[in-house]
Design a protein around this ligand. Structure first.
Ligand code: AMP
Length: 121
């Protein structure tokens, strides 16, 4: 499968549609999920064109890979849910059909602000 340049997150990265930005650097953009499933629901995405985590780990540079991991912690601090600023959070990525991925651009969800509940249904 090749990367779909018309997916919604690609449009957000090109500023064709707006987002509620939380954090940005050279490699990463973070913004609020439009349909929050918990009190805090943020998304963290690479700026590069990667479909999912497998695609990312195969093609991304070491700097990009490090950046996305560090960005999750940075966003958790900004939102006051990191281990040192709050009560914790859950970060996850969905991949492919069985993983339930809807948007074909790698993204990590960050849930917090309340107990997140069961790991899987
Ligand atoms: P996933 O099922 O892991 O692919 O998650 C995709 C997520 O993107 C869902 O939680 C959607 O609510 C979210 N989403 C879709 N469109 C937008 C948008 N325009 N801005 C922010 N979040 C979005």
């Amino acid at each position: 499968m090749s990367y779909d340049k018309n997916n919604i997150f690609a449009k957000i990265l090109r500023k064709e549609i707006p987002c509620k930005k939380i954090f940005e650097n050279e490699y990463v953009l973070s913004f609020y999920d439009i349909h929050a499933q918990k009190k805090i629901h943020a998304l963290i995405i690479p700026k590069g064109e990667y479909i999912d985590l497998d695609d990312f780990n195969q093609k991304a540079s070491d700097q990009e890979i490090v950046a996305i991991s560090k960005a999750i912690t940075e966003v958790s601090r900004i939102l006051g849910v990191s281990a040192d600023t709050g009560k914790g959070y859950r970060a996850l990525t969905n991949l492919g059909e069985h993983g339930g991925q809807e948007v074909p651009h790698l993204h990590f969800h960050l849930f917090g602000g309340e107990k997140i509940g069961k790991m899987v249904e």
